[in-house]
Ligand binder design. Structure first.
Ligand SMILES: [Zn+2]
Length: 201
């Protein structure tokens, strides 16, 4: 990878041999490997011993989870807050594991819609809750840094399953509790198209 980075620096018109850049290929490789380390993660290992059988059926909410990901269209960061809620059926998940799950899927090349869905899907599949909801709010540097469509560089996506999809009151209770920075009214189920970033440019 380091040789590729050196070539990239040359293509950008830089001199990879100058003092400030000599170690850059090594650093970039290390950074990129960390930022995409989610591919290597084993969900079973992440969840190890953290699923508990309980008699609890109220909404569990973990909000304002920081996340950092890379847009797969531009390899530039998008980052923000993730809010997760679920209503247990028989099992709950250790609260500290939830941000870890967000990291596992964030540390890959992503689009925000798929990232949101993957987090919701894994919770649905692993703890079989009555319902699960994930909302992500993010700033996309591929849009804000390049000056394109600045008004849309802040994107909100959501994925709702079970009670959060079927019961408007449950959904509204969740949205009210997380108090989105943007208007809750704009939240919609993630469309399949590239809402979160302009992939064509
Ligand atoms: Zn992008």
């Amino acid at each position: 990878m380091q040789e590729l980075i050196r070539t990239l620096l040359e293509e950008l018109g830089e001199n990879p041999g100058r003092e400030g850049l000599v170690d850059t290929p090594k650093r970039v490789e290390k950074a990129l490997k960390f930022l995409t380390s989610g591919y290597e993660a084993d969900i079973d290992q992440v969840l190890n011993n953290a699923l508990f059988v309980v008699d609890y059926s109220e909404m569990v909410i973990v909000k304002d989870i920081d996340f950092y990901s890379l847009c797969e269209h531009h390899l530039l960061p998008f980052f923000g807050k993730c809010h997760i809620a679920y209503i247990p059926s028989t099992r709950v998940i250790g609260l500290s594991k939830i941000p870890r799950l967000v990291d596992v899927f964030s540390r890959r090349l992503q689009v925000q819609e798929r990232l949101t869905n993957q987090i919701a899907d894994v919770l649905r599949d692993r703890i079989a809750p009555v319902g699960v909801a994930v909302v992500m709010e993010a700033t996309h540097l591929c849009m804000s840094m390049r000056g394109v469509e600045k008004q849309n560089s802040f994107a909100v996506t959501s994925a709702m399953h079970g009670a959060f999809r079927n019961n408007a009151r449950t959904r509204m209770e969740f949205l009210e509790l997380i108090k989105l920075r943007s208007a809750a009214a704009t939240v919609q189920t993630a469309p399949s198209g590239g809402l979160a970033c302009v992939g064509e440019d």
